[in-house]
Design a protein around this ligand. Structure first.
Ligand code: TRP
Length: 347
């Protein structure tokens, strides 16, 4: 079977380190492996509008920012089709027919939607569009016949719901749609990268992010503010690793060559952890080490981003070309879809 990769992001702000380790890194790996017949990255503006319909300007601005972030990270528009969801009207059409195949009770059971509803305090004022976004996500995936969906665990309920719709559609109208599977990140810490406050996931609304576009000075200040071990007051006090954000980040980002370059007193992370736990390693030392590692990752991204910012037209050109390509595929697949449903009346 053809391998078609599709994934998406809601454009609600610039990308941060949590996005990088949780999804961008995987996409870059998949892009480099080159083992697919198509790879799509969709900017899910319609989905973002389901809970930001009162602020379309934020979505509009974020489409540009997120595209800058993609290209700065190295997503290559020659290999990957980057497109804008709302510019594919076929998606809305699929969604409309899929709504018949899903019950209200099933939507209300979706655990990700459930927790999002709680976070947003909708209470009795749940917008129907928001509740139904998993159905529209099933359209995103199936319209492009995507088989492999790189996402985090929070998106598993969407994949499950998509496959239920696929199954239902195929049993009613004949084998037409292809099922899909999630491609999960390699390790869970990467997906739940905590914010610099250590309280929870890195998230814009909590103000605990390091953005891919942050300048060196902000990265330095944020790393210096990172939550470590509140009982580790003097250098010689024993320090805790658990819940210590600096060590969580080192687990995710540090490798052997970083030790050789920036902290040659220690052979590897194990040795550093033991020394910290014993006492004698200061927080500033581990923070400076982490800062150097992050700068090594972020500097080239930042430099590419500022070059790209000089020519914003080229960003929109990438989106135009990607969207045009996606439109061609969408049009063709919709025809088959309608034929299966026998609503292609003039054929
Ligand atoms: N729900 C995803 C998120 O919040 C975004 C998304 C929309 C998506 N459509 C998709 C992801 C299709 C994968 C496939 O991040």
């Amino acid at each position: 079977m053809e391998k078609i990769i599709l994934t998406g992001d809601r454009p609600t702000g610039k990308l941060h380190l949590g996005h990088y380790v949780g999804s961008i890194k995987k996409r870059l790996e998949l892009q480099a492996e080159n083992d697919f017949s198509k790879m799509y990255v969709m900017i899910a503006d319609s989905q973002a509008l389901t809970d930001n319909f009162d602020n379309p300007v934020k979505i509009r601005e974020s489409i540009k920012e997120i595209t800058l972030d993609y290209l700065a990270c190295g997503i290559d528009p020659k290999k990957v089709t980057i497109f804008i969801q709302s510019m594919i009207p076929e998606l809305t059409e699929y969604t409309f027919y899929y709504l018949n195949l899903v019950t209200l009770a099933r939507l209300e059971r979706n655990p990700t939607v459930k927790s999002e509803l709680e976070q947003r305090n909708f209470n009795n004022t749940i917008p129907v569009g928001f509740l139904c976004y998993p159905v529209s996500q099933a359209a995103d995936i199936t319209l492009f016949r995507a088989t492999d969906i790189p996402v985090g665990v929070d998106q598993l309920p969407m994949i499950e719901q998509t496959n239920e719709i696929v199954h239902k559609f195929n049993s009613l109208y004949g084998e037409t749609l292809v099922p899909c599977k999630a491609i999960l990140p390699d390790n869970e810490t990467s997906f739940r990268l905590p914010g610099i406050d250590g309280k929870s996931k890195m998230s814009k609304s909590l103000g605990n992010c390091i953005y891919l576009s942050d300048d060196s000075k902000s990265v330095y200040e944020k790393v210096m503010k990172m939550y470590t071990d509140p009982d580790h007051i003097n250098i010689n006090d024993p320090g805790k690793i658990e819940g210590n954000v600096v060590f969580t980040y080192l687990d995710v980002f540090a490798n052997q060559s970083h030790f050789e370059k920036y902290l040659p007193d220690f052979k590897n992370l194990e040795e550093l952890k033991l020394a910290y736990q014993k006492g004698g390693v200061g927080d500033v030392k581990i923070k400076k080490f982490l800062y150097n590692i992050l700068e090594e990752l972020l500097t080239p991204i930042r430099e590419r981003r500022s070059k790209l910012e000089e020519n914003i037209d080229s960003i929109y050109e990438v989106l135009k070309v990607g969207t045009r390509n996606a439109q061609i595929v969408a049009k063709k697949n919709l025809e088959e879809f309608k034929k299966a449903m026998q609503i292609d009346y003039f054929n």
